[in-house]
Design a protein around this ligand. Structure first.
Ligand code: PLP
Length: 397
C-alpha cells in the first residue's frame, strides 16, 4: 500500500470557518473570517473596469496560444510602474525584471523557489503573526525560517523596537519578509520614519528584503501604500517583490500576481531573468492569460484606469467608514475604547478578542471570526454593525 500511512491534514482554520458559516441556519449570521472584499450588500463584486476590459478582450482576442513564460512584457512594465511609481528608473531601466505568477501566492512561492534554486539565501525572517501561508511557503521551498515579533498586544500597535532587536540576530545574507501595507492579520503598518529605519537597518546588515504587496490601494492609496517599499528600494540595490491583483482589481479567482526582482545592475538582472524563467517553467510552465490581459487592458487604457482608481477608492473608503462606524457602535454599546481599529489599514483588524470570546461569538451570536481575533472589516455593513457591536460588548463584559 502506498497511501495507507497518510494522515489527515488539519482543516484550514479559515476555510473550515466558512464551511461552518454556510451550514449555520441563523439568518442573521455574520462572516468576518474570510479575506475577500464585500460591498454594502455583502457581495464580492466584479469591478466595472474589469467587466469592460473583458468585453474588449472577447471582441479582439484571436488566439489562446501560450503566453511567454514571464507573461506579456507590457504586464511586467505596468506592474513595475504601479509598484515603483511612473517616474522610477526601475520601471524600464533594466534593473528590475517581472514575471506573471498565479496570484500573490504564486509569486511568493516562485520567489522562494528562486532563492533556494539559486543559493541566494538559506533563511527567511517572517513576522509573527503573519499570513500563515508565508511559513508554509518557506518550508515547501526548502528554506528555514525564523519569526520576528510584530504585534504589541498592550498597545495594539507595532512592536517596532522588539522587531529590530530580533532581526539583529539575522545573519548577513538572510531574507526579511515584509508586508508593504495592510499587514495581514494585524492591519498595523510601519510609519514612514519606521520604514526609513527598517530600510537603513536592512541595508547596513546586508539582508535581502522580500516584500509581500498584496493590498496596494487598500490602505491609503495606490501611491501612498507603496511608500515603504519605495523607501526600501531607495536604500537597497537588491530586493524581491511579490505583488497581487487579487484584491485591488477583485480578480481573486483569475490568479494574477507578479514576481519582481531588482538587481544592482542590468547585466545581473538579465541573468536573474533567465533563471526566473526556469523557476516559472518548472512550477507552471507559463502563466494563465485571461486575468493578465484584464490587468494589462485596465492599466493601459486611460478611461478604464480612471474607472479602476475610482472603484478602488470606493472599496478603500467603505472599509475605512466601517472601521469608524464599528468603533462608534462599540462605544455606544458600552464596549469601551476601540479607537485603535481606526488606526489600522486594509481589510483586516486585530480586534484584541481572545479565543474564548471568538468562540462565544460563534456559538451564541453566529458571528464568525478567526481564532486569533482577526476581523475582516470588509464583511461589516450598516445592517450588521449594530448586532456585531452589541455582541462584542456582551462577550467582553
Ligand atoms: N499575501 C498576503 C499577506 C495575503 O493576505 C494574501 C491573500 O490573502 C496573499 C499574499 C495571496 O494573495 P493571492 O490571492 O493573490 O494569492
Amino acid at each position: 500500500m502506498f497511501f495507507d500511512h497518510i494522515e489527515a491534514a488539519p482543516a484550514d482554520p479559515i476555510l473550515g470557518l466558512t464551511e461552518t458559516f454556510k451550514n449555520d441556519p441563523n439568518p442573521k449570521k455574520i462572516n468576518l473570517g474570510v479575506g475577500v472584499y464585500k460591498n454594502e450588500a455583502g457581495v464580492t463584486p466584479i469591478l466595472d473596469c474589469v467587466k469592460q476590459a473583458e468585453k474588449l478582450i472577447f471582441e479582439t482576442e484571436t488566439t489562446k496560444s501560450y503566453l511567454p513564460i514571464t507573461g506579456l512584457p507590457e504586464f511586467g512594465r505596468l506592474t513595475r510602474e504601479l509598484i515603483f511609481g511612473a517616474d522610477s528608473e526601475l520601471v524600464d531601466g533594466g534593473r528590475a525584471v517581472t514575471c506573471h505568477c498565479p496570484g500573490g501566492t504564486g509569486a511568493l512561492r516562485i520567489g522562494a523557489d528562486f532563492i533556494k534554486q539559486q543559493n541566494v539565501a538559506a533563511k527567511m525572517w517572517i513576522s509573527d503573526p503573519t499570513w500563515a501561508n508565508h511559513y508554509q511557503i518557506a518550508t515547501a521551498a526548502g528554506l528555514k525560517f525564523e519569526r520576528y515579533p510584530y504585534y504589541d498586544r498592550a498597545t495594539h500597535g507595532l512592536a517596532f523596537e522588539r522587531m529590530l532587536e530580533t532581526l539583529n540576530q539575522a545573519e548577513e545574507g538572510d531574507v526579511v519578509v515584509l508586508h508593504a501595507c495592510c499587514h495581514n492579520p494585524t492591519g498595523i503598518d510601519p510609519t514612514v520614519e519606521q520604514w526609513e529605519r527598517i530600510a537603513d537597518f536592512i541595508s547596513e546588515k546586508k539582508l535581502l528584503p522580500f516584500i509581500d504587496f498584496a493590498y496596494q490601494g487598500f490602505g491609503h492609496g495606490i501611491e501612498e501604500d507603496a511608500q515603504g517599499l519605495r523607501i526600501i528600494a531607495s536604500r537597497c540595490k537588491e530586493m524581491i517583490i511579490a505583488s497581487s491583483y487579487s484584491k485591488n482589481l477583485g480578480l481573486y479567482n483569475e490568479r494574477v500576481g507578479a514576481l519582481t526582482i531588482v538587481s544592482a545592475d542590468k547585466e545581473t538582472a538579465a541573468r536573474v531573468l533567465s533563471q526566473m524563467k526556469i523557476a516559472v517553467r518548472t512550477a507552471i510552465s507559463n502563466p494563465p492569460a485571461h486575468g493578465e490581459k484584464v490587468v494589462t487592458t485596465v492599466l493601459s487604457n486611460n478611461e478604464l484606469r480612471a474607472l479602476w482608481e475610482s472603484e478602488l477608492t470606493a472599496m478603500r473608503e467603505r472599509i475605512r467608514n466601517m472601521r469608524v462606524l464599528l468603533v462608534e457602535k462599540l462605544k455606544e454599546a458600552g464596549a469601551g475604547d476601540f479607537d485603535f481599529i481606526t488606526e489600522q489599514n486594509g481589510m483586516f483588524s486585530f480586534s484584541g478578542l481572545n479565543k474564548d470570546q471568538v468562540e462565544i461569538l460563534r456559538k451564541e451570536f453566529s458571528i464568525y471570526i478567526v481564532g486569533s481575533g482577526r476581523i475582516c472589516v470588509a464583511g461589516i455593513n450598516a445592517e450588521n454593525v449594530d448586532a456585531l457591536a452589541k455582541a462584542i460588548a456582551d462577550v467582553i463584559k
